[in-house]
Design a protein around this ligand. Structure first.
Ligand code: FBP
Length: 537
């Protein structure tokens, strides 16, 4: 059992002061973290079979000539003594992209690994995300520095950023920092884009014969960085629980006054996993799943009509209130809006959007028509700057407000036609940033600690281009498996500006659960029922 009791609680030289923590924060600070049993005893690291890619292996092989095909690695108990050298290591760690509860525990896990199994090692925290690597902005992390962040939310220990290490000059800057600090390894804690970037960095360092290894770690509240070997991204569990509590409160508020429809937009840029999980936890009146909207090729009008039909039916029963969940990325799932966004991306990439509106002549007639029926605020939000990875910043598009307006207009029409007699008042909410820095749940706290500790073992063993992978998560922590998955095996390519770009494929909400009549899963009962019966899901 690794326990925080090993470390003396002192005032921190950084922004956190454990002495002024609330009772809850203090109790979390002293919450001890169990480790998977493979990490508690002597272990050996064994390689699996050669890997391939999630798609287009020939292209991935060309993009990663030094890494493609490398095996994944797994930790196993070992009867002999410690299998890794007692070399002192110099390791860097960086937080990349949006905050997710548990990030501080990944760093704590890595630090504790180095303290215990590579004594005398040094851990550098790069400040402000990947820009910290390029600019050489770092801080040496010691036990005093780290202590107040244990089991606490946020990324403020070293802060995060969305910069991408992309151009030859930026790779050069990263190389210079790695050489200057004599880094043996780097842990990149990030989402799909950041882990793709970590793999490019690993490839670049290896091609230059640099000794610096790069390991990734799966982070994002969105829950869309996952595959067989990486069953979850950290932060999703906590964020969903925070949002579900808030949704539950809003539901009771709605029932208490009986006069509002609450339109709640939930974070999750591309996939609707958060919305789905919160819906399963809270049972709202309507839930829109972006992937379903895309699969059924629904228009904005279809989505509005669906909501209005439910509102009209509820009004007939005397209920003029309710709660509607909308995924943040909804707008990007509606096929007609997708085409509009693609055209806007082109226009924004190649020219200036003039205030007089002459740029609109570049839109196709269908897109112009759609653009013009959108509320002014949404038009402006669709034109906001893209993030460094080229994504529309859906967090800034107030889809919930747009839908309230559209629902209101349609209800008025139905009222005039005599098909609706109720009262409608919409209230808009966006539950996003509120869920990204909460105190990590026990699951996220333990998972992150194991991810960080395991990453330490991978770096110590000289592994590179792997993503820290902790599995068997439905079992008690002691039985969790620990290893690393070849990042290139998660990759496919996308054609961007005439070139193949590597991408880790996002895991979207699966619309079809396969029914099996034969084989090991054919008699399995669904998770919800198992949980309700108190059995282990
Ligand atoms: P990551 O993919 O980097 O984890 O970020 C996810 C996210 O929280 C999305 O849910 C949201 O759309 C986005 O970040 C918001 O980004 P920002 O913090 O830059 O406003």
């Amino acid at each position: 059992m690794a326990s925080n009791g090993d470390i003396k609680p002192k005032m921190t030289p950084t922004g956190r002061y454990a002495s002024v923590y609330s009772e809850v924060q203090t109790s979390r600070l002293n919450h001890s973290l169990p480790l998977p049993s493979v990490l508690k005893n002597n272990f050996k690291i064994l390689d699996g079979p050669q890997s391939s890619a999630a798609g287009n292996p020939d292209e991935i092989a060309k993009l990663f000539p030094n890494l493609f095909g490398q095996p994944s690695a797994m930790l196993f108990p070992s009867d002999s003594g410690a299998s890794l050298s007692d070399q002192k290591l110099k390791i860097g760690v960086v937080l990349s992209g949006g905050q997710a509860p548990g990030g501080h525990n990944v760093i704590s896990g890595l630090f504790d690994y180095l303290q215990k199994l590579a004594k005398g090692s040094i851990l550098f925290g790069f400040r402000g995300g990947p820009a910290g690597i390029m600019k050489g902005k770092y801080v040496e992390l010691d036990s005093e520095f780290i202590y107040p962040y244990r089991n606490q939310g946020g990324f403020d220990m070293i802060c995060s950023g969305r910069d991408k290490i992309e151009t030859p000059e930026q790779f050069k800057q990263a190389e210079e920092t790695a050489k200057k600090l004599d880094l043996d390894g780097l842990l990149v804690i990030g989402g799909d884009d950041s882990n793709t970037n970590a793999c490019l960095l690993a490839e670049n360092f290896r091609s230059k014969n640099l000794k610096t290894r790069v390991i990734g770690c799966p982070k994002t509240i969105d829950g869309d960085l996952k595959c067989k070997e990486v069953p979850a991204s950290f932060g999703f569990d906590t964020a969903c629980k925070i949002y579900s509590e808030m949704i539950g409160n809003v539901m009771i508020d709605a029932r208490s006054t009986g006069k509002y429809y609450h339109f709640v937009r939930l974070m999750g840029r591309a996939a609707s996993h958060i919305t789905l999980e919160c819906a399963l936890q809270t049972h709202p009146n309507i839930t829109i799943i972006g992937e379903e909207v895309a699969a059924k090729k629904l228009t904005l009008k279809n989505v509005t009509d669906y909501m209005v039909d439910v509102i009209v039916k509820r009004a007939k029963l005397g209920y003029n209130y309710g709660v509607i969940l909308i995924p943040e990325g909804l707008i990007d799932f509606i096929p007609e809006v997708q085409v509009l966004i693609a055209e806007l991306n082109e226009i924004l990439a190649h020219g200036v959007v003039d205030e007089a509106g002459a740029w609109k002549a570049k839109l196709t007639p269908q897109c112009l028509q759609l653009f013009q029926i959108l509320p002014n605020a949404i038009q402006e939000q669709l034109l906001l700057e893209r993030d460094p990875h080229g994504n529309v910043q859906v967090a800034k598009i107030e889809t919930e407000k747009m839908l309230i307006q559209m629902v209101e207009t349609e209800l008025q029409k139905r009222k005039q036609a005599g098909a609706y007699e109720g009262q409608f008042k919409g209230q808009s909410h966006f539950f996003g940033y509120e869920g990204r820095c909460g105190l990590p749940t026990n699951f996220d706290a333990n998972y992150c600690y194991a991810l960080g500790y395991g990453a330490g073992a991978l770096l110590h063993a000289g592994k590179t281009g792997l993503i820290s992978s902790v599995g068997n998560l439905a079992a008690p922590v002691e039985e969790w498996s620990v290893g690393g998955t070849a990042l290139t095996s998660l990759m496919d390519v996308e054609r961007r500006h005439g070139k193949f770009k590597p991408v880790i494929k996002k895991a979207m909400v699966e619309l079809e659960g396969p029914i099996q009549f034969l084989g090991p899963a054919s008699n399995a009962v669904n998770h919800t029922l198992l949980l309700e019966l108190g059995a282990q899901a």
